[in-house]
Each structure stands twice: as structure tokens, then as C-alpha cells.
Design a protein around this ligand. Structure first.
Ligand code: NAD
Length: 358
């Protein structure tokens, strides 16, 4: 089906991977990438798409109702894939306001624009089969003990300002479906890793610090468990949900790869030692690991039961974690200029403060 897709946050980590995958896979569809270019948005992530006949970038804020409304009206948007968000838990603890604004109010602005254009508009101006796909996180479910998995029926129990703002946005999306009949679908996905991830997140942060011989700060005892999925597997799952997901439904997406944080940091050290040699004759990179004061409210374990999306939509993750981590380390090694420009860029002060890089 030929769609006009508004992707929000398409210059970020997952959004940029998705735009690339969607242009390739949805050959008849047009993509409009609406991104504010916050510290996490990087036009370089999509620079290879400049000039693509079915792609257009618009710099703008999802909280700006006029910009969003104009895009729906002028472009005939019939599909929304909503990634734009403030996404880093540590930043939400330091300053929740931007999270409340973008993640909650921004989602509301998009929902209102969709409602006006898809539900309230005169019948002949309404698009056929519109879809509003809201991309969310498993962090809305809170923290698990040693056993069990998050399912689509797990009660919400967010613990950080980030997860609380995402939970609020999920509830709004669901309310627009129940109240106005907006054809929404929600996906809750586990931790992503892969190319183009901003180097404040665990895996790229550890890669860059280990490359440069800097300390590798690990929260608490390092035994917090996350369920990791390669970003390209996540994007494939989103394409499956777009094609076959049922309005009003939620789909949990995960890679079935539970790992303790410390295991991941050690694996990155070992891969880099193997590829580049140790730091010097007596120091393997594991010697850079430092346990630091735990993050307040740090959730202990996340694990996703992705059975529904696998059974109902026929999706399955393709990357093994070991191969995915190796290819991710390779990508960062091959794209050191990309990494360096971020580190040298305007975010330098934040990096200094949060990670002691200079
Ligand atoms: P990211 O921080 O890398 O990218 C966010 C993008 O949104 C950036 O390009 C930024 O410029 C843009 N943006 C932020 N505020 C905006 C605004 N007000 N208007 C327009 N654009 C704005 O995030 P990510 O890791 O790619 O995550 C994307 C989405 O997926 C988020 O909604 C996040 O909650 C969700 N998610 C992420 C993960 C993960 O592991 N990264 C897991 C599950 C779900």
C-alpha cells in the first residue's frame, strides 16, 4: 500500500535506522521526517538519504501544533510512526521538564492532529486505513524480580521520570483509540543497540571509553539485567506491526537476550582487546571498569515476552546478541569520525559533566 508516513524523531538512533529500512522496504511510500534536532538528533544519521525522491526532512518540534497540523493538511499524512522523545533516563533524573513536554505534550499534539485530519475531517478528505504507531518502551512496566517476563497485560509501574512520561504518552494514545476511534497501535520494546546510537547510552559509551582508555563507569554492582535487541530487528518488527498490527492493540518487542550490564561491558572490552590488542602489555581493557554509585530508582531487571508479535505477526529477531554486539563494535570502529564529531560538538559540556570526559 502506498503510504505518506510522518516519522517523528527520524534523526535519532532508532528513527534513522527505521527511515532507511522503510524507504527500502515500502517502495511506494513517502517519508517525511519531522525532527527538532535536539542534542540527540543528528542529521548525519540520515545524510545518505539527501536527495532521495521519496524522503523529505522537516526541522520542527512535535509540540508545535501549527507545524504538525500543516504537515497533516499539506502532505496528506496517513501514517504516523512516532519515535520523537527525550530518551535518556539519567537526563530525566537531572531535569524531567523536557521529558514531560516532548513525551507527553508532544504526543498529545500529534494525536490531536491525527484526530482532526483522520476522524473529524469531511469524509472525502479522510485517508484510507490510517495508522498511528506509537513507539514506546518496556520501562513503563517497572522492574522484574529474578523470574517472569513483561507481557502486554503487565500493569504499568514506571519508576523514572523518563518511563513515567512514556507511560503517560501510552495512556493518551490508548485513550484516543477508545474515545475517538483513532486507529492507534502501541509497541513496547526492550533496550536497543546497534549503529547510530548516541554515545551516552551503555553500549556506545563503553565502546568509546574503552577505545580511548578512559574509565568504564558501571552503576551499582553491575548486575542489573536488560533484554537487548538489535535496532534492525526492532525496525523489522515495527514494519510488521505497520503492515499487520490490529488497531487498539499493544505489541511487546524484545530480542530474548537478557544480559547483566557487567557482562556487556566485559564483552565489549574483550572484543576490543581481540581486535586492537590490549591497552598495553599488562592492561586488558577490563581493568578500566569502575563501579560507581547506583542510579536512583535503578530498575533491577527487564525481560520481554515477545510471543504475541511473533505468533500473530510472524516476526522473529534475526541477530544473535554475540554477532550483533560484534558488528556494532565494528560499526563504531569504522565510524570513528561520526563518533568524534559528536564528542567534539556542542554537547561537550554535558558530556564533561555527566561522564567526566575532559
Ligand atoms: P534518540 O534520543 O536517539 O532520538 C530521539 C529523536 O527525537 C532525536 O532525533 C531528537 O532530535 C528527536 N526529538 C526529541 N524531541 C523532539 C521534539 N520535541 N520534536 C521533534 N523531534 C524531537 O531516541 P531513540 O533511542 O532513537 O528512541 C526513539 C524512541 O524509541 C523513543 O520514543 C524511545 O522512548 C523509544 N524506545 C527506545 C529504546 C532504546 O533502547 N533506545 C527502547 C524502546 C523504546
Amino acid at each position: 500500500m502506498k503510504r505518506t508516513i510522518l516519522v517523528t524523531g527520524g534523526c535519532g538512533f532508532i528513527g534513522s535506522n527505521f527511515v532507511r529500512a522503510a524507504l527500502e522496504r515500502l517502495a511506494a511510500s513517502r517519508i517525511i521526517n519531522l525532527d527538532k534536532l535536539t542534542y540527540a538528533g543528528n542529521l548525519e544519521n540520515v545524510s545518505d538519504l539527501n536527495g532521495h525522491p521519496r524522503y523529505r526532512f522537516v526541522r520542527g518540534d512535535i509540540c508545535d501544533a501549527e507545524t504538525v497540523g500543516r504537515l497533516f493538511g499539506d502532505e496528506g499524512v496517513d501514517t504516523v510512526i512516532h519515535f520523537a522523545a527525550e530518551s535518556h533516563v539519567d537526563r530525566s533524573i537531572e531535569g524531567p521538564e523536557a521529558f514531560i513536554r516532548t513525551n507527553i505534550f508532544g504526543t498529545y499534539v500529534l494525536l490531536e492532529a491525527a484526530r482532526k485530519s483522520w476522524i473529524e475531517a469531511a469524509r472525502k478528505r479522510r485517508p484510507e486505513n490510517p495508522v498511528f504507531l506509537h513507539v514506546s518502551t518496556d520501562e513503563v512496566y517497572g522492574s522484574l524480580g529474578p523470574d517472569g517476563f513483561f507481557t502486554e497485560n503487565t500493569p504499568y509501574d514506571p519508576r523514572s521520570p523518563y518511563s513515567a512520561s512514556k507511560a503517560a504518552s501510552d495512556h493518551l494514545v490508548s485513550a484516543y483509540h477508545h474515545t475517538y476511534g483513532l486507529p492507534t497501535v502501541i509497541t513496547n520494546c526492550s533496550n536497543n543497540y546497534g549503529p547510530y546510537q548516541f554515545p551516552e547510552k551503555l553500549i556506545p559509551l563503553m565502546i568509546i571509553n574503552a577505545l580511548e582508555g578512559r574509565d568504564l563507569p558501571v552503576y551499582g554492582d553491575g548486575n542489573n539485567i536488560r533484554d537487548w535487541i538489535h535496532v534492525q530487528d526492532h525496525c523489522e518488527a515495527l514494519l510488521a506491526v505497520l503492515a499487520k498490527g490490529r488497531p487498539g492493540e499493544t505489541y511487546n518487542i524484545g530480542g530474548n537476550n537478557e544480559r547483566r550490564n557487567i557482562e556487556i561491558v566485559e564483552a565489549i572490552c574483550d572484543i576490543l582487546d581481540e581486535k586492537l590488542g590490549p591497552l598495553d602489555a599488562v592492561r586488558p581493557r577490563r581493568s578500566l571498569i569502575r563501579f560507581v554509585k547506583d542510579r536512583p530508582g535503578h530498575d533491577r531487571r527487564y525481560a520481554i515476552d515477545a510471543g504475541k508479535v511473533m505468533r500473530e505477526l510472524g516476526w522473529a529477531p534475526r541477530f544473535s546478541f554475540e554477532d550483533g554486539l560484534r558488528s556494532t563494535v565494528d560499526w563504531y570502529l569504522q565510524n570513528r569520525a561520526w563518533l568524534q564529531r559528536i564528542v567534539d560538538g556542542t554537547y561537550r559540556d554535558d558530556y564533561d559533566r555527566m561522564y567526566g570526559w575532559r
